[in-house]
Design a protein around this ligand. Structure first.
Ligand SMILES: Cc1ncc(C[n+]2csc(CCOP(=O)(O)OP(=O)(O)O)c2C)c(N)n1
Ligand SMILES: [Mg+2]
Length: 278
């Protein structure tokens, strides 16, 4: 639980998630490019971590006792930027600069650009390896910080991800929790039609991890999964079943929205659905 906001209610978390979705669609339309579906689908995961769970301090982003939140699937960064701004890491006005030349909010996150970013990402499949290195270092130093790594389901098709699973399981990195955004889409279609991941949970377990499968839009499920992860003696993967594009009806569950921003007209419809008065 972070110091600034102890025990927010479900209603408060839901309202924060709504605001983050408003920021996401607005910044994508302003930029005229970027990744919409994955970002919208991960909002509850980010809200839970930043507003309900992780030890972080927006006024001191490099606080040595903080938990580390790593976004591995860098293309979904609108959700990261919108969450960081909502949490107060930087002014929300800066979201309008997303993908501009020389912006701090690049199309994929850059470690040294913006406070709150823990890794550079965008090349898929690398974040879990970086998380493993951090978790191992913290374990060796006998520190209490936890490491949270947020991956996409497309990244489960990358070989490097499995090297990282193997190492973390073998070294019992119990301070490491992975989230998998199981939204069943990727760039070229539904994952079932590209490379199915039907045995994902068993596969991860066979590498020495605990796994928990939940509704990735449920704050209570996310909260109790993270509680359970803290009790495990092995690393834990929380497989979050999500709806890509969640919250905007005409974007939901359509892989064509993987890398497409809303037009001006679509933005107005999206904002209406998200409860913004025009
Ligand atoms: C190593 C690597 N290969 C390919 C890409 C191109 N790429 C960007 S997003 C993406 C789709 C991957 O699926 P997922 O991460 O599940 O996407 P989403 O759920 O957001 O649609 C691909 C192939 C990349 N960024 N990195
Ligand atoms: Mg996906």
């Amino acid at each position: 639980m972070n110091a600034a906001s102890q025990f927010l209610s479900q209603a408060e978390l839901t309202e924060i998630a709504r605001k983050i979705r408003v920021s996401i669609v607005s910044m994508l339309t302003a930029a005229g490019s970027g990744h919409t579906a994955g970002a919208l689908g991960m909002v509850e995961i980010f809200t839970s971590l930043y507003f309900d769970r992780a030890k972080i301090d927006p006024s001191n982003p490099s606080w040595p006792d903080r938990d580390y939140i790593l976004l591995s699937a860098g293309h979904t960064c609108p959700v990261l930027y919108a969450t960081l701004a909502e949490k107060g890491f930087f002014d929300k006005k800066e979201l309008d600069t997303f993908r501009d030349i020389n912006t701090r909010l690049q199309g994929h996150p850059h470690l040294h650009s913006l406070p709150g970013i823990e890794i550079t990402s965008g090349a898929l499949g690398q974040g879990l390896s970086q998380a493993v290195g951090m978790a191992l270092g913290l374990q060796l130093d006998q520190k209490d910080n936890r490491v949270y790594c947020i991956m996409s389901d497309g990244e489960q098709q990358e070989g490097q991800t499995w090297e990282a699973y193997m190492y973390a399981g073998d070294h019992s990195l119990s301070n490491l929790t992975a989230f998998i955004d199981r939204n069943h889409i990727q760039i070229g279609g539904n994952s079932n039609n590209v490379l199915p991941l039907n045995r994902l949970s068993e596969m991860i377990r066979s590498f020495g991890w605990e796994t928990i499968t939940i509704d990735g839009h449920s704050f209570s499920a996310l909260h109790s999964a993270m509680d359970r992860a803290e009790q495990h003696e092995q690393p834990t993967a929380i497989i979050c079943e999500t709806t890509p594009g969640k919250g905007v009806s005409f974007i939901e569950s359509d892989f064509e929205w993987h890398g497409k921003p809303p037009s001006e007209e679509e933005l107005q419809r999206a904002l209406e659905e998200l409860g913004v008065q025009s």
